[in-house]
Design a protein around this ligand. Structure first.
Ligand SMILES: O=P(O)(O)OC[C@H]1O[C@H](OP(=O)(O)OP(=O)(O)O)[C@H](O)[C@@H]1O
Ligand SMILES: O=c1cc[nH]c(=O)[nH]1
Ligand SMILES: [Mg+2]
Length: 209
């Protein structure tokens, strides 16, 4: 079964309190989502492989560690996933970026794909799928299906806030995918928004409401 990691580092919890606050401006909301994206990138890269390299310090020769050069791709789910993209790229600058465009049909809540573009060698890369919200789970499930269809094998999913319902749906559909969450909330409301949540992540990031 997939591992579910809740990243409750104090810096993340602090920033999340402002991200959730409805009085937070679009500008500050965008900055904070970017910063939490970077903090999550720091945590999820903990397992990256290292290799030995010989270096000479001003004092002596030594064997040091460098990243083994494992190829990585970040895949934001449009639109709201874009808010976490730059923060992650600051920590993993060599990562390639793919995009999956999905929107939730407001009536059926089905995730409808409208765009997909991935690095040509996606099957060789470790993938981090990013989206601030995991609500019913439909968007994450469909995005990961689209990525697996192109041959990618090692996939992780990162979000700011998840509902327990979405976590269960994602675990069931993709048991091989590790899930990283900044905050695990209580439930979904009757419109399938996360409670207490942060409202509509895309609208708050881009000021569209
Ligand atoms: O788990 P789910 O029930 O699928 O809901 C989560 C999805 O909903 C939001 O996107 P939305 O459809 O609002 O698109 P947007 O990012 O363009 O605003 C969010 O960014 C997720 O992608
Ligand atoms: O609470 C939610 C649920 C889905 N999408 C959002 O942006 N927010
Ligand atoms: Mg939205």
């Amino acid at each position: 079964m997939p591992k579910v990691h809740v990243m409750d580092h104090p810096l993340i919890q602090h920033k999340m309190s402002y991200i959730r606050d409805k009085e937070t401006s679009t500008k500050v909301f965008r900055e904070l989502v970017d910063e939490v994206g970077a903090l999550m990138a720091y945590e999820v890269t903990r397992e990256l492989e290292l290799e030995d390299v010989e270096v000479e310090t001003p004092i002596t020769k030594m064997t040091a560690k460098r990243l083994s050069g494992k190829k990585i791709a970040i895949v934001p789910i449009l639109r709201a996933g874009l808010g976490m993209q730059e923060g992650m790229l600051r920590l993993i600058p060599s990562a390639r970026v793919g995009h999956v465009g999905l929107y939730r049909d407001p009536v059926t809540l089905e995730a409808i794909e409208y765009y997909a573009k991935f690095p040509g060698d996606i099957e060789e890369r470790d993938i981090f799928v990013i989206d601030p919200m995991l609500a019913t789970g439909a968007s994450a499930v469909e995005a990961i299906k689209a990525i697996k269809k192109r041959g990618a094998k090692k996939i992780s999913f990162l979000c700011l806030i998840a509902a327990p319902e979405g976590v269960e749906v994602l675990k069931e559909a993709h048991p091989d995918v590790n899930i990283y969450i900044a905050a695990l909330d209580e439930k979904l409301n009757d419109k399938s928004y996360i409670v207490p949540g942060l409202g509509d992540a895309g609208d708050r990031l881009f000021g569209t409401k």
